[in-house]
Design a protein around this ligand. Structure first.
Ligand code: F3S
Length: 375
C-alpha cells in the first residue's frame, strides 16, 4: 500500500508510539486486503467498551495507550448505565473497572457517548467515509445513510481514530457495493418482522450484497432492525432496498411461514432497544404503555443523547414502572445474564443465548409490553 511522507514518518515512530502502532495496524490491514492507499475518514466508532467483553486484558491495553484521536470518535455501549448502575445490580468492582475503561478512552480524546446508534446525533454525510466497528451501525451507515465503512474491529477503528484514515478497500470502493443477490419478500412485514427477516437472511447470504424487494414500505427503524440482525447471524454490512440488479443473480423468495421464529414463555425480564431505541420507537413504547403498570422488569435501552432529547417521553414510559437505561444494552451488560428474556429484536434474539447465557424469546413490541404488564 502506498504511504505518503507523513504516513511513512508516522510508521517510523516520528509522531509517538500510539500513532506508530495505529499505523502498523492500518498498513497490515491495507496489505492483507490489497488497498492502494489510505483515505481520510470523517469519524470513528469504537467497539470493545464493556468490561464484560474486554475484561482485564482490554483494560490493561487501554491503560498503556497514549495519544489523541484525530477525528470525532464515539464508543459502543458499555456494561452499565453510568447513573443507574446500582439499580441494575452491577457490583461496585465492575463499576470501578468500567469507569477506568471510559476514563482511558476519554484520555485519548474520545467522546464517551456509548451507543450503537451514534448517527442520531452525528449523522455522516452520504458518500462520506467513516470507520465504524459496531456491526449494526456499520450496516445502517452503509445501507440507510449512504456513508461508506468496512466492518471494523475495535482495534482497527481505534487505529483509524488516532490516524484519521483507513485503508481504501472493501465497502469504500464502488465495485464492492453492487448488489449480488435479490431477496423478494412476498408479504407485508411489520414491527419485529424486520428483525426476524434479518435473522433468517443473515444465515443465507454469505458475503453477498443483497437487494430487498418488499411489498411493504420499511421505515428507517425497520431497516435498523433488519440490518442489525443480518449482521448478527451473518456478515452482511451493506444491503440495498429496491435496487434493480442488471446482471442475472440468485433470487431468494421469502414467504410468511419462513419467519416462524417467534415463541412465547413467561419471561423474567423484557428487554427492548437493540439497537438502541430512536425517539420514534420510544414514542411507540410510551403509547403502548399508556395507562398500564408493569408487573415484570421492563428495561428499554437507548442512548443518553436520545433520552436527553425527549425527557417527557422517558417520563411517560417510566410512569408505568418500566426503566429506560442508557449507555448499555441487554447483550453487553452483565445485568441481563442468566435471565429468561423476551426481546423484540432479531439481533438480541441471536446473541441472548450465547452472550447473555439467557433463554431468549422473540416477540413483537406489543407482545413484549403485554408480557411485561401481565402478572
Ligand atoms: Fe446495540 Fe447492544 Fe444490540 S450494542 S445493536 S443494543 S447488542
Amino acid at each position: 500500500m502506498y504511504l505518503n511522507c507523513e504516513e511513512e514518518a508516522t510508521l517510523n515512530g516520528e509522531f509517538g508510539t500510539a500513532k506508530q502502532k495505529a499505523m502498523e495496524i492500518l498498513t497490515a490491514l491495507g496489505d492483507i486486503y490489497g488497498a492502494d492507499k489510505l483515505i481520510t475518514v470523517e469519524s470513528s466508532q469504537v467497539a470493545g467498551v464493556s468490561y464484560k467483553t474486554i475484561g482485564e486484558a482490554g483494560l490493561e491495553y487501554l491503560t498503556q495507550l497514549n495519544g489523541r484521536v484525530a477525528i470525532p470518535t464515539t464508543l459502543n455501549p458499555m456494561g452499565m448505565d453510568k447513573f443507574k448502575w446500582k439499580k441494575l445490580g452491577i457490583s461496585a468492582d465492575f463499576h470501578a473497572k468500567q469507569m477506568e475503561i471510559i476514563d482511558n478512552y476519554e484520555r485519548l480524546g474520545i467522546n464517551s457517548q456509548c451507543t450503537c446508534t451514534p448517527y442520531y446525533k452525528f449523522k455522516p454525510l452520504r458518500g462520506s467515509h467513516v470507520s465504524w466497528s459496531e456491526s449494526s451501525a456499520v450496516s445502517y451507515a452503509n445501507s440507510v445513510l449512504g456513508a461508506r465503512t468496512n466492518r471494523e474491529g475495535g482495534p482497527s477503528a481505534l487505529a483509524s481514530a488516532l490516524i484519521g484514515k483507513t485503508p481504501n478497500y472493501g465497502y469504500h470502493l464502488d465495485k464492492n457495493r453492487i448488489p449480488t443477490l435479490l431477496i423478494k419478500v412476498n408479504f407485508k412485514l411489520q414491527d419485529s418482522d424486520y428483525g426476524a427477516l434479518g435473522y433468517i437472511i443473515g444465515k443465507l447470504v454469505g458475503t453477498n450484497v443483497p437487494s430487498f424487494f418488499f411489498v411493504s414500505v420499511p421505515k428507517n427503524d425497520d431497516l435498523k432492525a433488519l440490518g442489525a440482525s443480518m449482521a448478527a447471524t451473518g456478515a452482511v454490512a451493506l444491503y440495498h432496498i429496491h435496487k434493480i440488479i442488471e446482471r442475472p443473480v440468485d433470487i431468494i423468495e421469502v414467504e410468511r411461514g419462513d419467519l416462524d421464529i417467534y415463541s412465547f414463555e413467561e419471561p423474567d425480564i423484557v428487554a427492548i432497544g437493540c439497537p438502541h431505541c430512536s425517539q420514534s420507537e420510544l414514542i411507540k413504547i410510551a403509547k403502548l404503555l399508556e395507562g398500564k403498570k408493569v408487573k415484570k422488569q421492563l428495561w428499554i435501552c437507548t442512548s443518553r443523547e436520545v433520552a436527553q432529547m425527549c425527557p417527557h417521553i422517558i417520563k411517560a414510559i417510566e410512569n408505568s414502572g418500566a426503566e429506560v437505561i442508557c449507555d448499555t444494552c441487554m447483550v453487553v451488560s452483565p445485568a441481563f445474564e442468566g435471565r429468561k428474556m423476551m426481546v423484540n429484536s432479531g439481533k438480541a434474539f441471536a446473541y441472548g443465548p450465547s452472550l447473555c447465557k439467557s433463554r431468549t424469546f422473540l416477540c413483537t413490541t406489543k407482545g413484549c409490553i403485554d408480557a411485561a404488564c401481565s402478572a
